[in-house]
Design a protein around this ligand. Structure first.
Ligand code: TRP
Length: 442
């Protein structure tokens, strides 16, 4: 089976390990031990993969600037799957990141045909209120794509370094694909790179929390970030090479004199590259610290000359929740998900009807035990409704041993979801009074 990640299709990724091999996503397990207080999604391996998260981790630990950004397409009701992205944004904000949340109304309008006024209504009432209710702070930035002119200018710039063949190879676009659909792809890349614009403090590590279906956007954007650079800095054995990619003579000279002043070693400029040889601090060369320092200075030079100096954005990927009816949880199938604005009573009803890991009969279940790893209810507990890892382990054991029956379990989870939604919805009403703090006028 060919595995294809399609951001507009209904993907169900069964085997996440394939993503590592086929798409070059790294396992989050190598990051986990380095985090002092990982989010439960991380601890519970719900966040399973990443690209380049090391850059963000380092900034976080050294109290250097970094950002977190993600986006929501206002095309339907916000459910628990969307809440994961919200929580991941908020967690990074609490850990010092400048936080960005885009309401992707250009994408929803172009790709799903949602009217501008519905986009606004859904954006505020489904997504923004929940985001604020969950703890997003006004130091961060919430915006509608169409209203963000800086982002749209950036999208236009990015369009200059992308072409039709490449986006069609990535997204399966054909001659029939309309141009605004392609523009919405550029808008998403601009969303992702926007935190690195000068007005937000310039180039910095940025993490994009998303579901794995969004990886094509991440990969493309990492490429585009690189293409906007004027220099490529590399260690080559015992010297550092600073290659000009369309840098122009003026920038090449500026880089040469900066490197000479810095005194790392012998600096020689050729037509399209500059070599730094006879490096004095061998240790820094070997550890990579020198590369990082030179790269940092080159990026400063680029931005000083009016270029972007983008560094490739990082990403983290979470598992999708199984739908309550089996298959993927989807906004377009009401029975498969529970919306954050769902009547608590209705949510409880959906839970009582959900597919579990139970057996055909009570007798069989007592004998064989249940299968929590196939249970959408247990998944709800793991993802959202239990803060205590020990409690989860106990529930898992009770289920497997045939001591805990589905009826009891469902009732327990229905109560928890009832309580959660009642509280969340109260917090949403409080958030409505605070929309102005986030620059949203209603
Ligand atoms: N395309 C995303 C979705 O379908 C929404 C989105 C827009 C987004 N801009 C983004 C996601 C930037 C991550 C980062 O849900």
């Amino acid at each position: 089976m060919e595995l294809k990640l399609d951001p507009w299709g209904a993907v169900h990724v069964d085997d996440y390990s394939k993503l590592f091999e086929e798409f070059g996503i790294s396992s989050f397990e190598e990051i986990l031990p380095k985090l002092k207080d990982p989010h439960p999604y991380m601890r519970r391996k719900i966040i399973f993969g990443h690209r380049n998260y090391d850059s963000v981790l380092k900034a976080m630990q050294q109290h250097k600037p970094f950002a977190v950004m993600s986006g929501f397409m206002p095309s339907g009701r916000a459910h628990f799957g969307h809440m994961m992205v919200m929580n991941e944004i908020i967690w990074h904000q609490q850990h010092g990141g400048d936080a960005f949340a885009a309401i992707a109304n250009m994408e929803a309008h172009a790709v799903r045909g949602i009217s501008w006024s519905s986009c606004r209504d859904i954006g505020i009432n489904e997504y923004i209120l929940s985001l604020i209710a969950l703890g997003f702070q006004p130091t961060g930035h919430i915006y509608f794509q169409s209203e963000n002119l800086k982002m749209r200018d950036l999208a236009f710039e990015l369009g200059i370094v992308s072409n039709f063949s490449e986006v069609s190879a990535i997204y399966g676009f054909s001659g029939e694909t309309h141009i605004s659909h392609m523009e919405s792809v550029m808008a998403q890349s601009a969303d992702i790179l926007q935190p690195q614009l000068e007005e937000f403090g310039g180039p910095k590590p940025v993490v994009i929390p998303v579901g794995a279906d969004q990886d094509p956007h991440i990969k493309l954007t990492r490429d585009l970030a690189y293409r906007m650079r004027k220099f490529l800095v590399e260690v080559r054995g015992d010297y550092v090479s600073v290659r000009g990619k369309a840098a122009g003579e003026h920038l090449m000279r500026a880089a040469e004199s900066m490197l000479k002043d810095a005194g790392y070693g012998k600096v020689k400029r050729y037509e399209e590259h500059i070599d730094v040889t006879q490096i004095q601090d061998r240790e820094a060369l070997i550890s990579g610290a020198l590369l990082e320092e030179i790269e940092g200075r080159i990026i400063k030079l680029e931005t000083k000359h009016g270029d972007f100096g983008f560094i490739p954005p990082a990403s983290i990927y979470h598992r999708f929740m199984t739908g309550l009816t089996g298959g993927k949880m989807s906004s377009s199938r009401p029975e498969s998900h529970i919306a954050l604005t769902e009547e608590p009573k209705e949510a409880a009803r959906k839970i009582m009807k959900a597919i579990t890991g139970g057996r055909q009969s009570l007798a069989e279940q007592k004998k064989l035990g249940g299968e929590p790893d196939k249970c959408s209810i247990y998944e709800f507990l793991v993802f959202h409704l239990s803060e205590d890892d020990k409690e989860l382990l106990e529930l898992d054991a009770e289920c497997r041993s045939g001591r805990r029956m589905c009826g009891t379990c469902k009732k327990d989870v229905a109560e928890r979801i009832w309580k959660f939604l009642s509280e969340h919805q109260k917090a949403r009403e409080a958030a409505r009074e605070r929309l102005w703090e986030f620059g949203i006028c209603v």
